[in-house]
Design a protein around this ligand. Structure first.
Ligand code: PGA
Ligand code: ZN
Length: 424
């Protein structure tokens, strides 16, 4: 049973404070987890509690969330079985008693939730992916590697937040990662040759200024070829437009002009026709439900449409999206909803509704690798953890290399089967 719950304030990859939790069980097992943090956060996400004290970390300290773990959550959880994950999470949800975890903070609750799972896994002498996923956890996800960063993650003039490569033709996860890294290096030399900046954005991708968003697709296609791969069959493309960031008063400000949802959809249609794009995330804004359904009617048969800010890993919003046919995939971010139980509930609802799932990091990350395990635990087949560079990003990919090795003969790389309907 849970004997000790402690927490501390640590730094994330952007130099902002975040919560780290440690849990110790009476059998000596220990679990530790650090909480990530977004920049282009959805309005419907669970609340990240910050101190607001301007004398520390520009108001971004998390000492209140740390104290909530130590003083409010810990004493109530001590004595519970760590393996009773749903009971542990429900206990915290009940103590908080707000719909969006605003009292104690989703950062406090999630830190405990994940640390408890890690401790329970150690107590069971299982790796986390097997403890959470059981005997059938075996599928290594396609790494959706974000190699050009724009939007809120870069200082550039590029509107689209993430241009990703998906090595669907690789035989193993290790090969997929190698292919991604090779393209990353090829892209660097392509940018250099054209006199473009090779400075990086928050997720480790390059962040050059470009004449148009489409130029990023062209540069990446060139880099894929220069690295010796075939665009489309070896490596497909994917986007996170994060369009809520440039949606205001009913229209999208894209490449300097006001566009409607229909006009944005037409732009995506053209890109899909010209490039082998298998997935588009947040093509429209978080409240533009009608626009999403219309977009699905137009391009849903050709590309995976992923809801991030639209669903915020929340089963109620996801259920609406399923009913309305507003998307075809769920982006899964543990801190959007704030507990392991609710995260797994969202994945389960998606999977039984024939929605795909993409496990996801946040733009603010730590060395924590929990999401690598959750991707395999849920056999979800897709993960995004940024570029194949910078330790905060590759920590997850490196952990997947270890998991693939650990699974040995049982490991299967999802590859193109992660996008069965959208491969062209
Ligand atoms: P965020 O971005 O972590 O800054 O919210 C990631 C995403 O939009 O997928
Ligand atoms: Zn997103």
């Amino acid at each position: 049973s849970i004997e000790f719950v402690g927490a501390r304030e640590i730094l994330d990859s952007r130099g902002n404070p975040t919560v780290e939790v440690e849990v110790i069980l009476d059998d000596g097992s220990e679990g530790r987890a650090a909480v990530p943090s977004g920049a282009s956060t959805g309005a419907f996400e669970a609340v990240e509690l910050r101190d607001g004290d301007p004398s520390r970390y520009l108001g971004k300290g998390v000492t209140r969330a740390v104290l909530n773990v130590v003083e409010q959550l810990g004493p109530e959880l001590e004595g519970l079985e760590a393996s009773e994950q749903r009971l542990v999470d429900q206990t915290m949800i009940d103590i908080d008693a707000t719909p969006n975890k605003s009292k104690l903070g989703a950062n406090a609750i999630l830190g405990v939730s994940l640390a408890v799972a890690h401790a329970a896994a150690q107590s069971a002498e299982l790796p986390l992916y097997r403890y959470v996923g059981g005997a059938n956890a075996h599928l290594l996800p396609v790494p959706m590697m974000n190699i050009v960063n724009g939007g809120a993650h870069a200082d550039s003039d590029v509107d689209v937040q993430e241009f990703m490569i998906a090595p669907i033709g690789a035989p193993t996860f290790a090969d997929a990662l190698r292919m991604g890294a090779e393209v990353y290096h090829a892209l660097k030399s392509v940018l250099k040759k054209q006199g473009l900046s090779t400075g990086l954005g928050d997720e480790g991708g390059f962040a050059p200024n470009l004449p148009a968003n489409r130029a990023a697709l062209e540069l990446i296609s060139t880099a894929i070829e220069q690295a010796g791969f075939t665009v489309g069959t070896d490596i497909a493309l994917a986007l996170d437009v994060a369009s809520t960031e440039f949606f205001e008063n009913g229209s999208y400000t894209f490449e300097g002009a006001a566009k409607s949802a229909d006009e944005m959809t037409a732009i995506y249609e053209q890109w899909i026709a010209d490039f082998p794009i298998v997935s588009i995330e947040d093509p429209l804004a978080e409240d533009d439900w009608a626009g999403w359904s219309a977009l699905m009617g137009k391009i849903g048969d050709r590309v995976q449409v992923v809801g991030d800010d639209l669903f915020v890993t929340n089963v109620e919003r996801l259920q609406r999206g399923i009913t309305d046919r507003a998307a075809s995939a769920l982006l899964v971010k543990v801190n959007q909803i704030g507990s392991l139980t609710e995260t797994l509930d969202a994945v389960a609802l998606a999977q039984r509704s024939s929605f795909a799932c993409m496990m996801s990091h946040r733009s603010g990350e730590t060395e924590d690798t929990t999401i690598a395990h959750l991707a395999v635990a849920t056999n979800c087949g897709q993960i995004k953890s940024g570029a194949p560079a910078r330790t905060d990003r590759v920590a997850k990919y490196n952990e997947l290399l270890r998991i693939e090795e650990d699974l040995d003969e049982a490991a299967r790389y999802a590859g193109a089967s992660a996008f069965p309907r959208f491969r062209r």
